[in-house]
Design a protein. Structure first.
Length: 135
């Protein structure tokens, strides 16, 4: 927290934007192979930002309970789906890294499928977080 303001709401937007953009880059890299490196870098930076956002959520739990009247279950669900999305994007990153030098598209396709799943999990985690703030 900085001056009583939690960092988590400030940090979460970077990984959301980066990881969703990385998913689009993976899709486009099926046609334009040159985008594979850009997708790999964007996934990596998005994962770093996601880890920072995830870790900053711990200090925000008490704030969410006291100020937003968020239930323990709502906070735990939000945290779980955020973790699941980070795991999915981590797997997508590893798959893309393993297939980076290959000219075969199988690893890119697998990475894309996992990233799409991660995008769904990330969107739902964001939805859960928004429900705590706006309801």
């Amino acid at each position: 927290m900085i001056a009583g303001v939690p960092l988590h709401p400030l940090l979460v937007h970077a990984p959301i934007g980066l990881l969703l953009f990385a998913t689009l880059l993976l899709l486009f890299s099926l046609k334009w192979v040159q985008l594979k490196l850009f997708a790999l870098i964007t996934l990596f930076v998005g994962l770093l930002a996601g880890v920072a956002a995830y870790l900053s959520g711990d200090e925000t739990k008490d704030y969410a309970r006291s100020t937003l009247n968020a239930s323990h279950a709502a906070i735990e669900n939000h945290e779980s789906f955020a973790l699941f999305s980070l795991i999915a994007f981590g797997i997508a990153f590893v798959l893309l890294l393993l297939g980076y030098r290959s000219n075969k598209k199988l690893m890119v396709i697998l990475s894309l499928v996992v990233a799409v799943i991660g995008s769904g999990l990330l969107a739902y985690a964001g939805h859960l977080g928004g429900q705590m703030v706006y309801k």
